[in-house]
Write a protein that binds this ligand. Structure first.
Ligand code: ZN
Length: 262
């Protein structure tokens, strides 16, 4: 099926990972227009060779290499493929900052951000059929923060009753529920039942948010991804296959919306 949204092309996401040394070089990859793409060198003990990635979310190039490779070697390696990096960054989906007139997904549908400097009432949504609008009051420089805060509160407001429904259905108790902004996961469940979710789930269709909650709550009972776990999830969210596919195909684009994830 053709992507329904212009931002649904998949960006390449860099992996976070621990135990790695990161270094951003002062001089990046020179562009024809005189600018430079910042280059980050990431040393990884397990790396067997040099790997170059372009990260559209941050507009940077990243070289992953074994610890013994020098800065100069890593830079030369990246420089040789500078053309590929520039082409890739140029054709990649652009970040969608929180700004007046920008279209962002909210509950899986396009919404235009409308700055309303003279209005009162914080943030609210208007829906005129095809395309919704998110109105944000206050000064322009506070718009990104104000909208981000509102989306996080909205995500929480939608996630809490879903957790309530799912825990009741399974007869389990959830611990603390937190919202974070991690690139690596949509949700997680600790061994003590604490649940964590990405606020970006509020950008996805509601059924997808519902599925992720069902998935994490099912982990309170089954701390694994075995057949019994998936049977629990399916009981809670019978459209889970479609939701998982949606996250695989469209999920990474949500990380280009608003502030850059950790
Ligand atoms: Zn899981």
């Amino acid at each position: 099926m053709a992507p329904a949204w212009p931002w649904q092309k998949r960006p390449e996401l860099t992996d976070g990972g621990s135990g790695r040394t990161l270094q951003t070089l002062g001089h990046g990859l020179d562009r024809a227009d005189g600018g430079a793409v910042p280059l980050t060198i990431r040393r990884n003990k397990r790396a067997k060779r040099l790997i170059l990635r372009a990260d559209p979310a941050t507009g940077t190039a990243v070289v992953t290499c074994p610890p013994w490779v020098s800065d100069a070697e890593a830079h030369a390696f990246a420089e040789k493929q500078a053309g590929w990096v520039h082409a890739r960054l140029a054709s990649a989906p652009k970040p969608l900052p929180f700004a007046d007139g920008q279209v962002i997904p909210y509950l899986g549908r396009p919404h235009v951000i409308r700055h309303r400097p003279d209005a009162r009432g914080g943030v609210w949504v208007e829906d005129n059929g095809n395309q919704g609008e998110i109105h944000v009051t206050g000064q322009a420089e506070h718009l990104p923060r104000r909208l981000a805060d509102w989306l996080k509160r909205d995500a929480r407001r939608r996630i809490l009753p879903c957790v309530e429904d799912a825990t009741t259905a399974l007869g389990v108790t959830a611990g603390r529920i937190t919202l974070r902004d991690t690139k690596s996961r949509w949700g997680s469940c600790a061994i003590n039942g604490n649940l964590n979710f990405s606020w970006r789930l509020v950008l996805a269709p509601e059924r997808v948010l519902h599925y992720v909650v069902a998935h994490e709550v099912a982990h309170i009972r089954e701390h694994n991804h075995g057949p019994r776990f998936w049977a629990l999830v399916r009981d809670l969210a019978d459209d889970m296959d479609a939701c998982r596919k949606w996250l695989r195909d469209e999920g990474s684009a949500l990380f280009l919306v608003g502030p850059v994830a950790d």
